[in-house]
Write a protein that binds this ligand. Sequence first.
Ligand code: AMP
Length: 443
Amino acid sequence: MTFASLGLIEPLQRALDELDYKIPTPVQAQAIPAVLAGRDLMAAAQTGTGKTAGFALPLLQRLMMEGPEVASNSVRALVLVPTRELAEQVHESFRTYGQHLPLRTYAVYGGVSINPQMMKLRKGIDVLVATPGRLLDLFRQNAVKFNQLQTLVLDEADRMLDLGFADELRAVYAALPKKRQTLLFSATFSEAIRLLAGQMLDDPLSIEVSPRNVAASSVKQWLIPVDKKRKTELFCHLLKKQKWTQALVFVKTRKGVDELTELLQQQGINADGIHGDKPQATRQRALDRFKAREVQILLATDVAARGLDIDDLPLVVNFDLPIVAEDYVHRIGRTGRAGNTGQAISLVCADEVNMLAAIEVLTGQLLKRVDEQDFEPEHRVPLTDASGQVLKKAKKPKKPKIVGGGGKKTLGKWLESADEPSAPPVKAVRKVPSFNTGPKKKK
Ligand code: AMP
């Protein structure tokens, strides 16, 4: 199958040739003809499957072939994404795919001045990529109008709900024309997402390109049991022993990111960190440097790292397990992309056993446990099975074994004074507030 056989116009095919995309990925093969035909779409697609091109290419084509020229302050296609980084990344994809088309694209998000965004919107924008909060600010200040809107894309919809954007989505939804095309992409499908889809989509085509909630098989995953207070020490040990060339490391709290970054930098390691408290320009710079391989270790909270596309990332480390089990799938989806192989290592302490159990239920597989010599924990991580059962309570060891110093700074200490709440009991599928948006749209 070729992109030409999917019915894409020549300027798009030329852009794909220049990118050396030879054949459509499965999500593209299914999504492109459906979107071109004007259908609504509900797609379960992991990051790394080529889903961005799956919606961007047909959407650009429809904008070229149909509809009036964009009016001042109007948008013709709106792509909602959960984070600023993803807004930049998705916008960059639109720019690249649409480089031979006379369409205007733009990205708006919070954390940067709103005035230049208002100025830019004056001329009208064909494709606007936006985070929900900033889009609403702009809408309430009359800087953006939706009367010309023909397509809405919800990218990483599950993440938007997880991040608490349900109210913003409801407000945006209320402002949109009822007659429009809607495309919903989500890596995982919780009840809340299904509810959202039921309310926003009209007879959607369902696409599922990989088994639900299962990470790409090209990612080799395992966990290393460790005492909480020795995680930092183990991390530094593995970094040296395994000679990590580049790793994306997930840490639970912003403070944890800052402190581990500082510690690594003090040891002469080229590390940087991104989290929600950092200014957008700093986050983007750290990310750009990581992508350019100028940074060896990038530490991040989930919010900052969602959906990022980093070529050939060999390793993801879960310094802490995620509170929401679905985030595990997203995190490890940063590696093993576009056919490459990757590794995902989780450092797991006894306190995290409920999170581990939830991840294993979600992915339907037990995470292999690999002890690291001299780091076997005093507090054993209780055994789990893939049904969510914790099989054995942690036993107190008869004779505590003290190996190594652990240093002054331990993560345990950081988390006590952490700036984010500690983990609630974890369920495999988290319930989020219902998304009641009033009457279903008519086409
Ligand atoms: P995505 O899942 O949209 O984040 O895309 C993952 C990566 O795959 C990106 O780096 C894309 O540039 C790349 N990609 C998307 N579609 C294709 C294709 N048909 N052939 C080769 N690479 C692709």
